[in-house]
Write a protein that binds this ligand. Sequence first.
Ligand code: GLA
Length: 677
Amino acid sequence: MSTERRLRPPGLAYGGDYNPEQWPEEVWAQDMALMREAGVTMVSVGIFSWALLEPSEGVYDFSRMDKILDLLHENGIAADLATPTAAPPAWFFHAHPEALPVDSDGRRLSYGSRQTFCPSSPAYRTAALRIAGALAERYADHPAVVMWHVHNEYGCHNSACYCDTSAAAFRKWLKAKYDNDLDALNEAWGTAFWSQWYHDWEEILPPRATGADPNPTHRLDWRRFCSDELLSLFTAERDVIRRAAPGTPATTNFMVMHNFDALDYWRWAPELDVVSNDHYLRSTDPESEIDVALCGDLVRSLAGGPWLLMEHSTGAVNWQPVNRAKNPGEMRRNALAHVAHGADGIAYFQWRAAKAGAEQWHSAMLPHAGTDSQIWQDVVQLGADLRALAEVRGSTSPAQVAIVWDWNARWAMEQPCQPSAELRFQDLVRHWYAPLWEAGVAVDFIHPDTPDLDRYRLVLAPSLYLVDDAGTANLTAFVERGGTLAVGFHSGAVDENCHIRLGGYPGAFRELLGVHCDELFPLLPGVQVALTGQVPQDATADLWTERLRLTGAEAVARYADGPLADVPAITRHAYGNGTAWYIATHPDPTTLAALLERIRRQAGVRPEREVPPGIEVVKRRGTDADYLFLIDHAGRGAEIPADGVELLTGKPVVGSVTVPEGSVAVVREPLPGPSAE
Ligand code: GLA
């Protein structure tokens, strides 16, 4: 992130998407009054306003936006001004029907919703840069505008287009990647298989629907291309804005949340001045607070520090089969958990609940019922909370444990025709993250190539299926120098081209882990095996097993039954000055928790504070104080050792703080130092 282009409102930002164009002007004055009542400090405007801002090509109507920005400024509310390029108007597609995207079956989609354009379309790029440039020039110096919100959720609905224009762009990307060497591409893709050899670049297509199974490297390069193609749209808009408004930061809202996996955000994050994220709960997730924490830690790691929560919901969304409302106190717990995990601002989709349109059943800060509602009371309360936490802004979150996260590994592992279709990267990472979260152990996420791993005592790599030689060397050197690494099953299996690392699994990590596997034994759904050894009684595993042989490691646990009875399942290997563990199966949660506790204790990692089950504990570190966040997800309340000041109530804390049932406490604890003496 750039250091010079930062968001500068004081305290923690608070607000949401504001779409006043959906309402008559007389409603706007009421919006302003209510925003002030709730303590709103910043709203995102204009996200889907293209058709009104540019009613026909090159003809602009800024009258409404002028009024909105002036009104916000008069009311002391900052604007995060969007480029409206996620929703091209109907007139654009009438003039450029070729800019509509084509799916992998060859079906051209129609306009009539949003984000239905081909990312490689030259006409779209021209039109997007034109409206972005016109807005930037007009509003570069508007006093309300503190940030630019480029587009909206890149790739949410159109992460890939399979049309001929996209095919040509894909070939261009491939020529650059393979240095114009078609033989190198053929080698990387393994095209000697099934007569797929390409003799001419023009023969290469996107991975469109085909009769049998696709080529894995073709698909992997396609996913990399699709992420890069959208990134180039972002940087092009950002640069147009920078020319007009060089000092104002630009962001775009990421979607680091459960099932969205279209973009390699490690490549995106350095291009943003401010990293922001959207996060929604899954109604069917019984422990969605763990998802909030995991995604918050991942975004904070991408940002390398504080970030903004650009969207989440006050209550139900409208796009799941059944849309669950939030439980009492859940909205506040969610928002403050995002702050605990590094958010310096909290925003919602959206300010006022729509009465028409596809999202009319989506919750908002101001619900259909108006101010006579629980949600409104909670919104006003949260505004007060965020004011009370203003000093938390800019503080960081020190962690001694890092989890390896790589979109390439995720894409590769979730391809078709793998040993098991049951493996989901994010679920496997969460399986390891959950016990650390429950124990109150802070976690960062890292890329396999992240330098300076020595700041961590423990690195975890749950199922890092794909890893290149540089990532392998980086993780191996960390252990050699004295670090502790725990590797999950089916790791190191393939290189960056999805080529299997020969000579036995887990290919890249065989020597480091001191093990050799000659055959994988994935388990059918519902099948369990028992584990024995240094594991809790009744320990079991499911999903995955491997026939492992020790080549230097010691067995910590073995399978007690099934075809692999007596084969090592969990191993430990002294390597260089460090230790490398291999968890070659998918232990039940209790067993994994016990194992990770043992591993982290041996690595010298302690929780932030001992807390009872159901209490989330997270620390942010400021320049002269720690901020201890305590969130009660179990509804039982707790008394936790602490000293300082509880910021939400302003009360002094001596010896311990009370976390009320289902609620949150945030304690400022002074750091020892000259000022505290
Ligand atoms: C996404 C979009 C918003 C809205 C919400 C609804 O996050 O960015 O415009 O559609 O989903 O949950």
